[in-house]
Design a protein around this ligand. Structure first.
Ligand SMILES: [Zn+2]
Ligand SMILES: [Zn+2]
Length: 263
């Protein structure tokens, strides 16, 4: 009853942008917690007088002996005089109504480490509820949520994105611009790139938590966009072009499979 006990933890949630989670930041989080009442300094008494309960001698529990069908039954129950607290306060503090504790809304500065991911919690030691009988405070646990990014998603420390290119860029190769967390970078798309092909930009990903000099990669996927709304003239040019191109390996294999299956 009178042993020191650690205070309870307090949970909070914090929504970050993709970049804030990747590179870390400092945020202020609303975190209500139970503290010692400032008016009575946690005693619960308006005049500072707290007596030990004479009925239970401060243990908060009383033993009673009952006769039950000729047998002596011993049981332990919560002390009715002090309600289990072991103390009697004759003149309770009006601020906390004798509880000694109050709930306070606080705003706590939280340092978010680079690389933190959605669903992880950042622990702030000692920012939880006050402990009992001189026990330490609990902690504040801030659960991380990450807002959707218009371009990037992540898989662990790797950044993923899609880069649309034209049919001609994919066929002929081109210098394209690829977005990364550090800004746009030039990339030489090789000739004959197929749609869905993935390229890797080393160390353009997200830093590791606690070791921010190590970063994941960016993996971007090329998406070839088929031209639409072609004019008659453009269509004619494409037909002429198509007649001169030999069948590509994937299509050749597909045609062979069709023939084997259906004759
Ligand atoms: Zn008080
Ligand atoms: Zn008592």
């Amino acid at each position: 009853q009178n042993a020191p006990r650690r205070g309870e933890n307090v949970a909070a949630r914090l929504e970050l942008t993709f970049e804030e989670a990747a590179f870390g930041c400092e945020k202020v989080v609303a975190a209500p917690r139970i503290e010692n009442c400032p008016a009575c300094h946690g005693s619960g008494s308006a005049d500072g007088v707290v007596e030990t309960c004479s009925q239970c001698h401060g243990t908060g529990q009383v033993r009673s002996v009952q006769n039950f069908m000729g047998m002596q039954m011993q049981s332990t129950t919560t002390c009715p005089a002090c309600g289990g607290r072991g103390k009697i306060i004759k003149n309770p503090c009006p601020t906390c109504k004798g509880k000694g504790k109050v709930r306070r809304n606080r705003r706590v500065k939280v340092k978010i480490p680079a690389g933190v991911d959605a669903g992880q919690s950042v622990r702030v030691r000692g920012e939880g509820c006050v402990g009992a009988n001189g026990g330490p405070n609990g902690d504040l646990l801030v659960e991380i949520l990450i807002r959707r990014h218009p371009i990037f998603s992540r898989q662990g420390t790797d950044v993923l994105c899609e880069v649309p290119v034209t049919f001609t860029q994919a066929a002929l190769g081109a210098r394209i611009q690829v977005p990364t967390l550090d800004g746009k970078v030039d990339f030489d798309l090789p000739e004959g790139t197929q749609t869905g092909r993935e390229f890797i930009l080393r160390e353009k990903g997200i830093p590791e938590v606690g070791n921010s000099r190590r970063r994941g990669n960016e993996r971007f996927t090329v998406v070839v966009e088929t031209p639409t709304h072609l004019t008659g003239e453009q269509k004619e040019l494409l037909r002429k072009l198509d007649g001169t191109i030999e069948v590509s390996p994937k299509r050749k294999k597909f045609i062979d499979n069709l023939r084997n299956l259906f004759g």
